[in-house]
Design a protein around this ligand. Sequence first.
Ligand SMILES: NC(=O)c1ccc[n+]([C@@H]2O[C@H](COP(=O)([O-])OP(=O)(O)OC[C@H]3O[C@@H](n4cnc5c(N)ncnc54)[C@H](OP(=O)(O)O)[C@@H]3O)[C@@H](O)[C@H]2O)c1
Length: 281
Amino acid sequence: MFVVIGTTGNVGRGLVRSLAEHGARVTATSRGITADQVPDGVRPVRADLTDAGSLREAFEGADALFLQSGGASAYLIDPQEIAATAKAAGVTRIVLLSSQGAATRPGSASHGVVARAVEDAVRESDAHWTILRPGGFHSNSLAWAHAGRSARTVAAPFGDVGLPLIDPADIAEAAATLLRDAGPAGLVVELTGAALVTPREQAAAIGAALGERVGFVDLPRPEAREQMLRFTPEEAVDTTLGILGEPTEDELRTGLGDEDVLGREPRDFADSARRNADVFR
Ligand SMILES: NC(=O)c1ccc[n+]([C@@H]2O[C@H](COP(=O)([O-])OP(=O)(O)OC[C@H]3O[C@@H](n4cnc5c(N)ncnc54)[C@H](OP(=O)(O)O)[C@@H]3O)[C@@H](O)[C@H]2O)c1
């Protein structure tokens, strides 16, 4: 039986669907999950990574775990306790959704240190483990939904800096394959898109998917910083702006690394824009 953390998120949703379509028994978790959010036959269990008691119930009967660190609450989790709870429940295989930042921003408290701590707990566990390290997601552009719908204009800093963004549906597909057919233990898999895409090009692709022009405003860095600080801690804002504006050579590397976990090229941004077009209508 598989247990999936973060089932209502961009990666978790597709992963649970894929596992269920292949006939697997799945427990789908998030803090607020409800039965209508999961496919037929999937067991929804509310669980919070910061509460080991809730994880014990979720992990019951599972032998394989898809783990992620819970975004904003990642600072509050105890990765060693999560790994120990999984082991006690009988989990023998873990696929961890980590982040490229674990390698490229090791000194950053928000992007590197937390991701590394979770990776270390998984590496030190007795489980057969695989670590996925994606770069930025296509789905980050869904934050433009309101502005895209209401004004047909979106805004972002560094409009002409391209990054190899990855489709979360590709991450879900890779994770589903690795959970089902484990492959060699101890793989660290980089997941980035096949080509660099700039924010301006993303806006144009959303416009093309809608059949209407979507304008783009290049936000000055101080303005973008001020806006981001309303929702995000300062250190995370500055690291994010560093990645968006001055990506390192490693953050510009395209493709899926040496491990062919998809068996095909990653999907491009235009494909995601077409699939998500309704969000902008
Ligand atoms: N977006 C990017 O560019 C990017 C790049 C690299 C790595 N990542 C990593 O990829 C992961 C997934 O990203 P995503 O875009 O799929 O995120 P997302 O859409 O925000 O989904 C996060 C999921 O985790 C659940 N969750 C959050 N806090 C939790 C907690 N304390 N306990 C249990 N479940 C919790 C959420 O549901 P509830 O709120 O209902 O609990 C949701 O289902 C994150 O860990 C992120 O750090 C993202």
